[in-house]
Design a protein. Structure first.
Lengths: 997, 570
């Protein structure tokens, strides 16, 4: 070897290798291209290579990082900052049924760096992606363990029917909400027709592709990650206290023209608590809820592999506690609780040089524990029960109560009603084979096959108990004994078991061809056939118990000239058994083109390192219709209402017409167009992706609306038709800038935005009496209500106003606008008000700074163009009569009274007030918000210290979720549903450590 | 499974018919309430008449009472008559069109056909009584047909359509059924429906009503007959007499308890299911927990159904048959001194037969026995103790669940029911009973022939059972009319008659308009606290004549079927 080098000018090269936040990288392989020479970096990231010749190329490679090549001219010191794979230009993106080089993608596909999903500790993946991906709109309405997954809409809403996107995990249709974030390798969102056409009749709502991690060649890498979080409920309702409540009741009685309800002495008893059993003052939320609760997440993974076998295994455990207090006297727990065990193993085996096999097994055991009542039930009871209704417990310790809503003592419901144990078990197994036919037939040709079997089993043990309900009446005047009315007797801890399950199998076979001719003509083609069969073990009817089958063919052909001109054709030809013979299968084609201007010879703009224009057009379908099946069949309801005949009223069951079959029913079809631009500037430091989209969905499944009621069709018998038409358009995009200064200071900022606006073109709506009441031409979910013009201040104003017909109107009531000028205020004066609850625009932005092992990331999300209606029980005083339902302080402090004529809310009545308590602009709030969604502070311990402990990397971090919110509502979460709140969203503060061995 | 297959099996066809029965309205559930999980209330009528008030504001009758109802109403609680009954009619038509295919014995088949014809008639009648002129559906219509042929038909056509179905049903049905078939339709029900329909058709609302002279269809044809036809009363009288004669020949009788006591007879009439007086009743099971609606809060009830003071004041004195109160000066009653009624003070003696306990307010002493069987009042004995409705009493209620008038409904209530223990009893709802037919007959006869003997005979039979003195002789026709109307108000209280009677007599603009009175239930600290017994205005009702005599067609239906014509003034 020496002999060879003598003739060339040889030298030694040395330097440091670090990652983009300045940490030295240990064990980076530096090799000389075309030779077998190689060294690795030491604990300081330093290396020295001897006998290097000018003109040779050094190759720096490190698992998980982009490989760097450096041509040797006259350098002696070569310091390399290696960047992680996820930002590679040569990055491969996951597309439908395959992967593509990112540079050659012409459809609209968004990816999210998996690392950013780990920046918070939510057990639900749905919540982790909120605001992180351009093109996705999410809304999370509850923080209840197990029921907290956000709704996901890809590019907003394009249909009046089912809006759920198709979610594929490792290519198989699976639920994403309980997937362990730590197991995820990639997360892609397919948005336009080009990207989703291969899914044909399933593609119209967009597709989410999630792949789990796989093994790579190398020594076993062990990663242990442990986190502990504190959860603090946010925006709990602020209800007025007992004294205020009683006094508001009096105010309401007086305002209603009736005598006061409580005397001064009684009011004082509420205030001073001198008779807490007869004149209680209970803060029910405080009685049933803890101030904070706990969550912990642990994951251990091992990745590695030898030449022939690569593996990834992970085991995870998540435990989240609910926020209910418990009664220590119970022999069992009642607080909500989630425990999830997840296991996943992906093994790849090269059986021969051309045949590769892989096997993936995932298991998710989700054990959930709840009080005997649902979260909705408990929170409704806490809304319903006023501070003065009854004491938490009577003098004898039994739960308090009155005859109204017997058994709705919130404390009793949360702690004395037994419990239920829900167990969800999921097994996901997939097996794949790939055979490279390059040597056998022709270069670039391969075939592969896939088989997957998923099993889900759910069982619930409900151990509910009716607690005793007694009303305390005080002491008997003569005997001095406590007097009670027993309203409900105590039951026993019952036992009810429910179980259900399902299984799905999936088969797929495909031929792939991928080859480059003459270095510039790259072609690829894919042809695939698949079949899925799903069986619902818990089906309630014989029809629903039949297997659900789908099968189809999908194909793709691409052509790429010198990475400049890109053409792609995709299609899906697939069918759904939901439709009649002859109409089961549909063909869904799409075409797209791309032009990479920056690769043209004439391109001389140095600042712009990459510029690509993309465009696509195509057609996709949606065959999901409200859980119903075989729409072409007419069915009979065998469980229709019946009748009891005879002295003993013996039951005769009923039968009735059910669904009317429709001969020509078919899927809805979406025509989609997309144009986009990908741009990278300043040596890839700044990158931008922007897309504009347009979608028209035809043939949306709808119940026919114009069938006269007097024909007598029951609502479930009214036939569906492919009658709806909806247009949807918008933009989405993201921008990112990242840089590392020579001093090793790294910073990045990124932002994304999604805007989607839809419009109903046709929904078979009968022509309303007034044009402005029509839902056609409006967004899906448009709200209609009256326009409030303030509060009536005096009788003269009432007399001078149009007649308000909802109920007799008094001073202190809401005054409405007479929209149709007919001198009468009624439901015909409702007009479209506000925006739909699902926001038209969502956005996210944030950044990271890092220096010497420390890093800090902040990420904000927000939404706008959405309205929330603050209405219902606790904001509408005494809507079911004075004495039930709490009153929010927001109302109490801002109500109209004789002394507060500027009050923005109407005066209280002792019972429902239909004039005030209806949807109007008075109760409408702008749902715009901005939230510090996640923040993370991390420290990577110096490798020098770790090496002795045989630790490769160690990171300690603290992060938080939902830390701060800026909005215009303040009294409830801006993402919550209309009305007053249920189980609250949590703020989370989470600390953890990640150790890599 | 298709409709064809349903009618190839007797059992399936029978299930199809049972489903049609299920559309018979549960009128016992007078106050729809959100927790009851039903999104429709098919009987808002009792609470919309001057006999009843509800403690809650959400039942639909409250919107009717305040005048706050409109064709645009779409919210929960909006009665769904239109959809409900037309759905039932479609099913009846499907049954009649297909039953001939079912292999089964002709005797049973004919009975089923008779039942279906009756139900088609009955469901049309239920629509007629709220909407007036309605589309008539004598066959099932496919969604592909031209619907424009279906328009609202004039009143007289509606009446003859219903009568025609009654004629078809009558010969196919038995007049009485054995106890294993209680609840099945009999020809007695057919006769009773005919009689009530014809009574309505003869009444001022439908017979030459000048308010509807301009209410015409697209062809200019009047929906209501514009000329008064007195002979309609004759037809009505004959139909009622026919029903009485045929049913009595078959063994139907006014119900008397074993003791013959008026109070017990009248109470049991509504509790002893399918007793001798019942011509048609709906079996209502025990799942609707009627007693919870109307029981006192201290006994686990919701205090929801509250008879009005207006009705309480209308019960005559038992000793002389005179009305104790003949008007009001504001909320102060004008007492008829001849009646011997005493407003103030408390009696020291219990009623000899236990109608009320000692210490009862004198207001409630010596009244028509039907009062005690119909209304529970402050101090009345019920389920083992005295009821306490006064402001600090055991039954004052919590939150909105208090007796808003100071009274609770007692009629239909079973004292044996125990709410905290969840013990209920089977209930029925009576659509037709012989007592009503007596009153129908007397009313129609008085209109056509004046107060002849038969009028007295049948009214006095009702009064005799109630323990009330016979009517005075020599009443004029007008006096007799007032007496009959009063008798209907008392005898048929809370049976869904009062609302429709006041409408067809065209007196709803007086009875359903203005103040509804109750007692001062927010006052009083003991049973004998006088402050409680002071009348106050509970509600001021709104009735716009002639608008409110008919219900509006819902705007949603008019949007879809623009050729239907809305009722006047809506």
């Amino acid at each position: 070897m020496l002999e060879h080098t003598i003739f060339a000018q040889t030298r030694s090269i040395f330097g440091l290798v670090s990652d983009n936040i300045g940490n030295p990288l240990i064990g980076v392989t530096i090799s000389v291209k075309g030779t077998s020479l190689g060294v690795v970096t030491d604990v300081n990231g330093a290396y020295t290579m001897h006998n290097i010749t000018v003109g040779q190329t050094l190759v720096f490679s490190y698992i998980g990082y982009r490989t760097e090549e450096v041509l040797i001219r006259n350098q002696e010191v070569i310091n390399i900052i290696m960047s992680e794979n996820s930002v590679l230009m040569e990055e491969v993106v996951v597309v439908g049924y395959g992967t593509q080089k990112k540079v050659s993608v012409t459809g609209s596909v968004s990816n999210v760096p998996v690392k950013s999903l780990q920046m918070n500790s939510t057990p639900s993946l749905n919540n982790a992606i909120s605001g992180k991906i351009p093109g996705i709109i999410t809304r999370q309405t509850s923080g209840e363990p197990g029921y907290d997954a956000a709704n996901i809409y890809i590019r907003g809403i394009g249909t009046l029917g089912n809006r759920n996107p198709l979610v594929l995990v490792d290519g198989i249709e699976r639920d994403m909400s309980n997937l362990n974030v730590n197991e995820i390798e990639s997360f892609s969102v397919l948005k336009d027709a080009s990207a989703t056409a291969v899914y044909g009749v399933r593609g119209a709502n967009g597709v989410i592709l999630i792949n789990t991690k796989r093994g790579t060649v190398g020594k076993p890498t062990v990663v242990l990650r442990s986190e502990v979080a504190m959860l603090v409920p946010q925006r709990l309702p602020d209800y007025i206290n007992g004294y205020e409540y009683a006094q508001l009741m009096n105010e309401a009685y007086i305002h209603s023209g009736k005598g006061v309800r409580w005397s001064i002495e009684e009011l004082n008893k509420f205030k001073d608590g001198s008779e807490p059993y007869l004149y209680p003052n209970v803060d029910w939320l405080d009685v049933i809820l803890k101030k904070r609760t706990m969550q912990t997440v642990h994951n251990l993974s091992v990745t590695g592999g030898a030449e022939r076998v690569r593996y990834y295994v992970n085991v995870g455990f998540t435990m989240e506690d609910g926020i209910y207090k418990q009664d220590n006297l119970n022999a069992y727990k009642t607080n909500a609780n989630l425990q999830r065990y997840s296991f996943r193993s992906n093994v790849d085996i090269d059986i021969t040089r051309t045949v590769n096999m892989n096997l993936g097994i995932g298991g998710i055991v989700d054990e959930r524990h709840y009080p005997g009542n649902s979260g909705i039930g408990i929170f409704d009871a806490a809304k319903r029960t006023s501070p003065i209704s009854f004491p938490v417990r009577n003098p004898d310790g039994s739960p308090g109560g009155v005859n109204t809503y017997i058994g709705s003592n919130p404390w009793g419901m949360a702690t004395q009603s037994g419990y239920s144990a829900d167990r969800h078990h999921t097994i996901q197994a997939n097996f794949g084979l790939k055979w490279d036919l390059g040597n056998l037939i022709t270069k670039g040709l391969s075939v592969n096959g896939k088989f997957a079997y998923d099993l889900y089993y759910y069982t619930k043990a409900e151990r509910a108990k009716q607690f005793e309900v007694k009303q305390y009446l005080g002491k008997d005047e003569t005997t001095g004994e406590d007097m009670y009315v027993v309203l409900r007797e105590e039951g026993v801890l019952g036992y009810n078991k429910y179980s259900t399950g399902n299984r799905a199998y999936y088969m797929e076979g495909a031929i792939n061809y991928d080859r480059t001719f003459n270095k510039v003509h790259s072609v690829s083609a894919m042809l695939l056939a698949n079949r899925r069969e799903y069986v619902d073990y818990g089906a309630g009817t014989s029809i629903l118990s039949l297997p659900y089958r789908r099968q189809g063919v999908a194909g793709r052909a691409t052509y790429d000239y010198a990475n400049r001109y890109l053409i792609e054709f995709n299609f899906g030809y697939n069918g759904s058994e939901n439709f009649p013979n002859g109409q089961k299968y549909g063909f869904f084609p799409s075409a797209s083109v791309g032009w990479v201007l920056s690769n043209e010879n004439f391109w001389h703009v140095d600042a712009i390192s990459h510029l690509k224009l993309r465009g696509s057009f195509g057609k996709v379908g949606n065959d999901q219709i409200g859980g119903d099946r075989f729409l072409y069949l007419t069915t009979i309801n065998k469980n229709a209402a019946g009748y009891g005949f005879g002295e003993s009223e013996r039951w005769y069951s009923g039968m009735a017409e059910d669904k009317m079959g429709i001969a020509n029913i078919t899927w809805e079809v979406s025509n989609k167009a997309n144009i986009g631009v990908d741009l990278k500037l300043f040596n890839d430091k700044l990158s931008l992706v922007a897309d504009a989209f347009w979608e028209k969905r035809n043939g949306i499944f709808l119940k026919r609306q114009q069938i006269p009621g007097f024909l007598g069709y029951a609502s479930n018998s009214i036939p569906y038709g492919n009658i709806g038409v909806v247009k949807n358009r918008g933009i989405d995009g993201s921008i990112e800038f990242k840089n590392t200064t020579p001093e090793g200071f790294y910073y990045s900022v990124l932002a994304n935005i999604t805007f989607a606006r839809n419009k109903v073109v046709e929904n078979d709506e009968p022509t309303p009496k007034f044009d402005y009441l029509s839902t056609i031409g409006r967004p899906i979910g448009q709200n209609y209500g009256l326009i409030a013009e303030g509060i009536f201040q005096n009788e003269e104003e009432i007399k001078a106003s149009p007649k308000h017909t909802f109920s007799p109107v008094h001073v202190g009531d809401i005054k409405y606008k007479d929209v149709n000028s007919d001198k009468v205020i009624d439901d015909y004066d409702r007009v479209p008000i506000g925006h739909p609850r699902i926001p038209e625009m969502t956005f996210g932005f944030g950044g990271t700074v890092a220096y010497k092992g420390f890093d800090l990331s902040l990420f904000f999300t927000g939404a706008t163009r959405t309205s929330l209606f603050m209405e219902g029980w606790t904001i509408w005083p005494f809507v079911e009569g004075a004495g039930v339902f709490n009153i929010q302080r927001e109302y109490y402090d801002n109500r109209w009274t004789e002394d507060n004529r500027n009050g923005k809310y109407p005066a209280p009545y002792e019972n429902a007030n239909p004039n005030n308590q209806r949807r109007s602009t008075l109760w409408m709030k702008d749902g715009t918000y901005l939230r510090l969604k996640t923040a993370e502070l991390g420290y990577n311990l110096p490798k020098k210290c770790l090496i002795k402990l045989r630790i490769k990397d160690m990171r300690v971090f603290i992060n938080g979720m939902n830390l701060l919110t800026w909005d215009k509502i303040d009294i409830m979460d801006p993402e919550s549903d209309d009305g007053s709140g249920g189980y609250p969203l949590n703020m989370q503060v989470n600390g953890g450590v990640q150790i890599t061995f | 499974m298709s409709l064809e297959m349903v009618f190839q099996e007797r059992n399936y066809a029978e299930a199809f018919l049972s489903n049609i029965y299920s559309y018979l309205p549960l009128e016992l559930t007078m106050a729809w309430h959100s927790w009851m999980g039903r999104d429709l209330n098919l009987n808002p009528f009792v609470g919309a008449a001057d006999e009843m008030e509800m403690s809650w504001n959400t039942p639909y009758n409250q919107f009717m009472n305040s005048g706050a109802w409109s064709p645009a109403d779409a919210g929960t609680g909006t009665p769904a008559f239109w959809w409900w009954y037309y759905e039932a009619i479609r099913k009846t038509n499907l049954f009649l069109e297909n039953i001939h295919k079912t292999p089964m014995n002709e005797v049973d088949k004919n009975k089923w056909i008779g039942e279906a014809y009756f139900m088609r008639a009955f469901y049309h009648f239920m629509l007629f009584r709220v909407y007036g002129p309605i589309p008539l559906l004598d066959r099932s219509i496919s969604t592909d047909e031209d619907f424009t042929n279906f328009v609202r038909r004039p009143i007289e056509e509606v009446v003859s359509f219903i009568l025609n179905d009654c004629e078809k049903a009558y010969p196919l049905l038995d007049i009485k059924v054995t106890s294993d078939k209680y609840g099945r339709i009999t020809s007695a029900a057919v006769l009773a429906l005919k009689a009530r329909l014809l009574l309505y058709a003869a009444s001022p609302l439908y017979n030459g009503n000048p308010d509807y002279v301009d209410f015409k269809n697209a062809e200019g044809e009047n929906f209501f007959p514009i000329n008064y036809n007195k002979q309609k009363w004759r037809i009505a009288a004959n139909a009622a007499k026919d029903c009485i004669d045929k049913t009595e020949a078959a063994g139907y009788r006014l119900y008397y308890s074993a003791s013959q006591d008026p109070f017990e007879s009248y109470s049991e009439l509504f509790l002893v299911r399918h007793n001798s007086e019942i011509l048609f009743a709906r079996n209502s099971g025990e799942g609707y927990h009627f007693e919870q609606l109307c029981s006192a809060s201290g006994q686990g009830g919701w205090s929801g159904l509250n008879p009005t003071q207006n009705l309480v004041d209308a019960y005559e004195m038992q000793s002389n048959g005179l009305r104790p109160i003949i008007g009001y000066d504001g909320t102060v009653p004008i007492i008829n001194p001849e009646s011997k009624y005493v407003e103030e003070g408390f009696t020291s003696e219990a009623h000899p037969k236990g109608y009320y306990p000692a210490g009862t307010c004198n207001m409630y002493v010596g009244r028509d026995p039907r009062f005690y069987a119909s209304v529970n009042f402050n101090g009345q004995q019920w389920r083992g103790r005295q009821l306490e409705f006064f402001s600090t009493g055991l039954d004052r209620g919590a939150g909105p669940d208090f007796p808003s008038t100071g009274y609770l409904l007692r009629k239909y209530s079973d004292e044996a029911v125990n709410i905290p223990q969840g013990r209920w009893t089977l209930k029925t709802w009576i659509f037709f009973r012989l007592g009503e037919l007596y009153l129908n007959y007397a009313e129609a006869l008085n209109e056509i022939d004046g107060p002849i003997d038969d009028v007295y005979t049948y009214i006095n039979a009702i009064r005799k059972r109630a323990g009330m003195p016979a009517l005075p002789k020599n009443l004029t026709q007008d006096e007799m009319r007032e007496r009959i109307r009063h008798e209907r108000r008392i005898e048929l209280a809370f049976e869904t008659h009062r609302y429709f009677d006041c409408h067809r007599w065209k007196i709803a603009e007086e009875t359903d308009n203005g103040p509804i009175l109750g007692l001062s239930r927010h006052l009083g600290t003991s049973l004998q606290d006088n402050t409680f017994y002071t009348r106050m205005v509970i509600e001021t009702r709104v009735f716009d004549a002639p608008k409110h005599y008919l219900w509006p067609l819902q705007q949603y239906e008019l949007d879809r079927v623009p050729w239907l014509i809305q009722n006047p003034k809506w």
